[in-house]
Write a protein that binds this ligand. Structure first.
Ligand code: NAP
Length: 329
């Protein structure tokens, strides 16, 4: 039985874990991997305390700090949360299930798993995941040095990705479903100026083909319906991100974008009324906060943990200095 289970492995999650464990709460972090969107960022220059640091090193520091504080970390994917009403002296208990069929019981849950890259949902995409299909130019781009690649998308991520890859790849195809980009104008101009970048407007990927690894993509022009097959080794899908809500929508209130609505203290609401939902807290990019920043996620993770502590202790939100609480389990 845990006092709290933190779902996710990036800034909000790891900060929540640091604060919960330092409150002597028995804390389990369940994460598919560590780092989230921050780990996809090469250089971070706006996280206070670091003039410049890579996303992965920053996330690894947070992980180390959470574990030092006493949090347990396991690498699994959560696919269900069951509520056991009144299972904890009038308060609910939760059974957190994972795709590996493991069950973990907890008095509180922290939803801090951010956003997930949007997928193309075309044949071959799943089959060639990590075999040529990538959702992160920053992470995987260097592996494709000297090879022909495709970048899909029309926002800043796709434009930045194409710009970076044009420096290390002989040919970059940028495939966008419309004839106008939605990214910064200076990036659009930069990408257009690269001689080895070919932009295919009004075009969509219909299939990713290969044998063990990616060999080509089939692209269709949505205006004239012409289809062509382009030989490439890498396909970078940079088409934004989505919030996974399938296993939480029966528990908490979401907005139209599927983001979790929270109070100022990281509490959530019941899906069908305005009441605060006991025992479930949320922080970071998964919430309605318009500021999807690492420092904001970390701050919200802190609030979620302290509010969960107050909830378990039967206290109303009050300021309790963190440095007084740490004790060993
Ligand atoms: P985004 O701005 O949401 O753009 C997603 C792009 O993918 C859009 O062009 C969209 O097309 C396209 N798209 C969406 N679904 C698609 C599908 N199923 N098939 C084909 N294309 C699809 O996402 P993002 O580029 O990842 O950026 C996310 C946020 O981070 C944005 O606010 C962005 O400004 C920010 N960002 C900032 C920087 C920076 O400041 N340097 C760098 C990267 C990202 P449509 O245009 O037709 O909708």
């Amino acid at each position: 039985m845990y006092d709290t289970i933190v779902i996710g492995g990036a800034a909000a999650s790891l900060t929540a874990a640091i604060y919960a464990a330092r409150r002597a709460m028995k804390t389990l972090v369940i994460a598919k991997s560590i780092g989230g969107q921050a780990a996809m960022t090469d250089v971070i220059e706006n996280y206070p305390g670091f003039l410049s640091i890579g996303g992965i090193p920053l996330m690894n520091k947070m992980l180390k700090q959470a574990m030092k504080a006493g949090a347990e970390v396991i690498y699994e994917e959560v696919n269900a949360i069951e509520e056991i009403p009144n299972g904890n002296n009038g308060k609910p208990l939760f059974n957190v299930k994972t795709v590996s069929d493991n069950n973990y019981k907890t008095k509180t849950v922290m939803l801090t798993y951010g956003k997930t890259p949007r997928t193309l949902d075309v044949p071959g995409e799943g089959e060639f995941g990590a075999k040529g299909v990538s959702y992160c130019v920053t992470c995987d781009g260097p592996l494709f040095k000297g090879k022909k690649v495709v970048v899909v998308g029309g926002g800043n991520s796709a434009l930045e990705g194409a710009e970076y890859l044009s420096k290390i790849c002989p040919k970059v195809y940028l495939i966008h479903r419309r004839d106008q980009f939605r990214g910064f104008e200076y990036l659009v101009e930069e990408v257009k100026s690269r001689k080895n970048v070919e932009i295919l407007y009004n075009s969509v990927v219909k299939e990713i083909k290969g044998e063990h690894i990616v060999h080509s993509v089939v692209v269709q022009n949505v205006v004239n319906n012409e289809t062509k097959e382009i030989p490439v080794s890498g396909v970078f899908v940079e088409i934004g991100s989505v919030t996974k809500t399938d296993f939480i929508k029966h528990l908490v209130k979401l907005d139209q974008l599927g983001q979790v609505l929270t109070t100022n203290n990281a509490e959530t609401y019941y899906p069908d009324n305005e009441k605060i939902r006991p025992g479930i807290f949320a922080a970071g990019d998964i919430t309605q906060t318009p500021f999807k920043q690492i420092v904001v996620s970390a701050g919200e993770g802190c609030k979620a943990a302290l509010q969960a502590y107050n909830y378990l202790a039967g206290q109303h939100p009050t300021f309790v200095a963190d440095w007084v609480a740490k004790k060993k389990h």
